[in-house]
Write a protein that binds this ligand. Structure first.
Ligand SMILES: Cc1ncc(CNC=O)c(N)n1
Length: 232
């Protein structure tokens, strides 16, 4: 009997296709040595503190980007986009919580969050966020970027919470912040939004979104690298 092609059995989503095509880059971003070191408990504390202060700066820059996605969602006219606004707004609310968490966590580790100088990789990533927040960037591209940024953290920290991990007690809170089930569901909702946009977008727009997806993965790798190597 003739074997059916995948498309005939069940259509493979755009995002699923990318994840297969760029699997190694995705693994590089979500299974980085820094994440492994948290997972197995060998993490260098000065690296962790450096990551903490740099990520606080990143999250502050991430908020206006998310606001720009919210504005784009509010201008979508299609009926199937009407729930997007609530998902994105939920993300904004979580970020307010997150800023407070950073402050609490920083004081726990004796890290000061005022006067932190952003490092090169962080500045580069924040500049990408700024470009992506521009009104000229299509909703599809922005929504894809949003999904990718959140998902890298979700996937990385959920990996640290798996049964065979050995995360030190005082780092568990950090892993749970992004690795918890609720955050996983939120990322799944973002994926649904991005996928719906991608399915109905033009070839050109889809290509742009794929380039941005890869750009984000590379920036995430460099961000982890920075945390591991730039201190001392
Ligand atoms: C560098 C980076 N990427 C993704 C996230 C997760 N999003 C919001 O917290 C993050 N905090 N930092």
């Amino acid at each position: 009997m003739e074997r059916k092609k995948e498309e005939e059995v069940g259509k493979v989503s755009v995002i699923e296709t990318w994840l297969r095509k760029h699997r190694l880059v995705y693994i590089g971003a979500t299974r980085h040595p820094f994440i492994h070191s948290i997972r197995d408990g060998t993490v260098d504390l000065s690296s962790f503190k450096l990551w903490l202060e740099q990520d606080y700066i990143f999250v502050r820059a991430f908020i206006p980007f998310v606001a720009s996605v919210l504005i784009k969602a509010s201008k979508e006219s299609s009926a199937d986009a009407c729930d997007d606004l609530e998902v994105i707004l939920g993300g904004m609310v979580a970020l307010n919580d997150e800023l407070n968490w950073f402050k609490k966590e920083a004081s726990k580790w004796g890290v000061s969050l005022s006067n932190v100088t952003p490092k090169k990789a962080n500045l580069k990533y924040c500049r990408l966020l700024e470009r992506l927040a521009s009104p000229e960037v299509e909703y599809t591209v922005a929504a894809t970027a949003f999904w990718a940024i959140e998902t890298v953290y979700q996937d990385s920290f959920a990996h640290c919470l798996e049964e065979d991990s050995n995360v030190p007690e005082d780092l568990k809170e950090t892993c749970k912040r992004w690795g918890n089930d609720g955050f996983g569901q939120y990322c799944a909702a973002l994926q649904t939004i991005a996928e719906r946009c991608l399915e109905k977008s033009s070839e050109d727009e889809r290509k742009k979104a794929e380039v941005v997806f890869l750009d984000i993965l590379e920036n995430e790798v460099e961000f982890w690298n920075m945390s591991q190597k730039d201190h001392v």
